[in-house]
Design a protein around this ligand. Structure first.
Ligand code: SF4
Length: 248
């Protein structure tokens, strides 16, 4: 066994793999998995409607914010969509404002809504494991969602809610200017790019947003339900590590 393979196996263990199938492997370990991955996975569940609250701030105020901190202050009392009614607090984003790597997910869940930080529940712990397996820390990257307020009962965001919240994530990207964006799940990808990509088709392929390379991958909540898809995410993260010149 080569040193490279040993190191990759150690990282895979850290990332949560417990069973590895080495038969037929050519350049590294393969995790055991079923033959196919369900298409277009989505981590959120359905739920009911809440009243609309179409108030400010207006888009110009968001686009003219002079800094990330000022943008967070503008977002805190946001009433641009009905999700203002269902949140405990706005979950703006967290991490290094000069990060080379930015993760963009869907929306806060219960834990995030209570703590005011993205990806702190079970899915967040898995994202932390993924980041650590990439030889990084949460403090070195920036993590945000395309929707800043928790949808009731964790239902899917509505199109008008995604539209209302989009200026925030776009401004965050403009201000941070990462080298690479990893989108987590279909809402993170499609809301940022204003496209309707099936995640199962584009996952693992480089896309671009305003000159920044974008790697679409599965949402960690999906990985909790479908552990066999971890190997796909790990392969995607190896591409990101290579792009950022992070050695295995
Ligand atoms: S989800 Fe976004 S647009 Fe809607 S109220 Fe929250 S911060 Fe404002």
């Amino acid at each position: 066994m080569t040193d490279d393979l040993r190191r990759e196996l150690a990282l895979l263990r850290e990332f949560g793999f417990t069973h590895l199938d080495l038969s037929g492997a050519t350049s590294g370990a393969r995790a055991t998995s079923p033959a196919s991955v369900p298409s277009d996975p989505n981590p959120a569940a359905d739920a009911g409607e809440v009243a609309r609250a179409p108030l400010g701030p207006d888009t110009a105020a968001i686009l003219e914010a002079p800094s990330l901190d000022e943008l967070a202050v503008i977002a805190a009392p946001c009433m641009r969509c009905r999700l203002a009614k269902s949140r405990t607090q706005v979950v703006f984003g967290a991490g290094n404002p000069n990060a080379d790597l930015m993760f963009i997910g869907e929306a806060p869940g219960r834990d995030e809504d209570l703590q005011g930080e993205p990806f702190v529940g079970r899915a967040g712990q898995l994202l932390t494991d993924i980041i650590r397996a990439m030889k990084l820390t949460r403090q070195q990257v920036y993590i945000a969602n395309v929707i800043k307020c928790r949808p009731p009962e964790n239902r899917n965001p509505e199109p008008d809610e995604l539209d209302a919240c989009r200026p925030y994530i776009r401004q965050q990207v403009e201000m941070i200017r990462p080298k690479v964006i990893v989108t987590l799940g279909k809402f993170g990808l499609n809301s940022l790019l204003e496209q309707a990509y099936p995640i199962s088709s584009v996952r693992g392929s480089w896309l671009e947003y305003r000159g920044v390379k974008v790697m679409p991958t599965y949402h960690p909540a999906y990985l909790l339900r479908t552990p066999s898809a971890k190997k796909d995410v790990w392969n995607d993260m190896k591409k990101v590590m290579a792009e950022l010149e992070i050695q295995f």
